[in-house]
Design a protein around this ligand. Structure first.
Ligand code: ADP
Ligand code: MG
Length: 397
């Protein structure tokens, strides 16, 4: 896949109507509908402000939640329009529909430097089906398409990919940064490339492990998935997370790494708890020697040292998946130590995955990383080496 795409700076937008796909899928309070985090709206500001400053008329759109049967007032983007207006310090005109009479009339009347927000794209049934009629109707309102919704690029929907069939399509600054860092780490990494893989399950990371085995110089395994590797090598894992169906696969991966000359590091010690709870009793054991009635919840100090040494002189580090149950402070030490080690390397450090991003933020290392991906699912598909429809549809640079 080509990660080198034209950006908003490569096209003339002055005086033009620009359809801008944002990721305004914000979390909301179930009772009141109030936006509980405006992070995604804030993240969209640089591209919006640039377009407005250039004299474009911006027609923004996004999905919000998962409306199943057409318009649902609870999932209206109106609260987003309000918050966006506050952040921009200017009126955000709200359309009552996506491609209906109101949207069309407001888009037609929109002047340079003004911004209109269309209603939730998923109010249209054709959105998730990538219906060409819907894509055509959205495209008809504008002259240029800018995509800045990295969190949605792994989906081939009308507003994330379909519209690019009818308009010149380029990336906004958010997607550009994702492509620079994630794309750079995968396509042209500064070596050695070290991939740290953890999280809950092997089965959810098959594609990532497989793809990174082709690219990385070193692979580090931690988190819940490490016990399947341990069990596959005859270790005792007690009550730890185990996916017996994936033991053979784990062995294959270890063999494949050896064949390719990729260093493959597994935990050498484990902090286990007597239950899956924040105040579980804990003890430190050697890897593969977890007693019955105990479960592995974090990597131990010797593993931390081994892993920190492995990233110390890396050129690039890709990290997906926490090293332990970081949500419980008593079992967050391994994840925190890795975050600290990454903050101290001169390597390019790229964090992908929703929980990994949350962990790094929660532990206070967010501003020490080169890049934290904003797209959970999208970043995983990126690391799997899959073609992302919302990126593939953009013009090559
Ligand atoms: P990401 O969202 O970054 O891709 P995952 O969703 O794969 O990451 O995994 C994150 C989850 O893995 C966290 O909620 C964490 O508590 C859990 N996890 C990590 N280590 C363990 C473990 N030893 N046992 C159970 N769960 C674990
Ligand atoms: Mg997750």
């Amino acid at each position: 896949m080509n990660y080198n795409k034209k950006t908003v700076k490569d096209v003339e937008v002055a005086g033009k109507k620009v359809l801008l796909r944002c990721d305004f899928n914000v979390p909301q309070d179930k009772e009141t509908g109030a936006i509980t985090s405006d992070k995604r709206i804030v993240a969209a500001l640089p591209t919006i402000q640039y377009l407005l400053d250039q004299g474009a008329a911006v027609i923004a759109c996004s999905h919000l939640g998962k409306p199943k049967n057409g318009p649902d007032p609870k999932l209206s983007l109106a609260p987003v329009a309000k918050r966006l207006g506050e952040l921009l310090g200017k009126e955000v005109i709200m359309a009552a529909d996506v491609v209906g009479e109101d949207a069309k009339a407001k888009a037609a009347a929109l002047k340079p430097g003004e911004i209109l927000l269309l209603e939730n794209t998923r109010f249209e049934k054709g959105e998730t089906k990538n219906d060409p009629e819907l894509a055509k109707a959205m495209a008809a309102m504008a002259e240029v398409y800018v995509s800045d919704a990295f969190g949605a690029v792994h989906r081939a929907h009308a507003s994330t990919a379909g519209v690019a069939d009818y308009l010149p399509a380029v990336s906004g600054f958010l997607i550009q940064k994702e492509l620079d860092f994630l794309g750079g780490a995968i396509a042209n990494p500064k070596r050695p490339l070290v991939a740290i893989l953890g999280g809950a399950k092997v089965s959810s990371k098959i594609g990532v492990i497989n793809n990174l085995l082709e690219i990385a110089d070193t692979i580090i395994i931690g988190g819940g998935m490490s016990y399947t590797f341990s069990a596959a090598q005859g270790g005792k894992v007690g009550g730890s997370l185990l996916e017996a169906d994936w033991m053979d696969y784990s062995k294959e991966m270890i063999a494949k790494a050896a064949e390719k000359g990729v260093k493959f590091l597994l935990p050498v010690d484990t902090v286990c708890g007597d239950s899956f709870s924040p105040d579980a009793k804990s003890q430190l054991v050697k890897a593969g020697q977890i007693p019955d009635g105990w479960e592995g919840l974090d990597i131990g100090p010797e593993t931390v040292k081994l892993y920190c040494d492995a990233v110390a002189d890396a050129g690039t580090v890709i990290w997906n998946g926490p090293m332990g149950v970081f949500e419980f402070p008593a079992f967050a030490k391994g994840t925190e130590a890795m975050a600290e080690a990454l903050s101290k390397t001169s390597a390019i450090t790229v964090i992908g995955g929703g929980d990994s991003a949350a962990a790094v933020e929660q532990l206070g290392y967010a501003d020490k990383m080169s890049h934290i991906s904003t797209g959970g699912g999208a970043s995983l598909e990126f690391l799997e080496g899959k073609e992302l429809p919302g990126v593939a549809c953009l013009l090559d640079a």
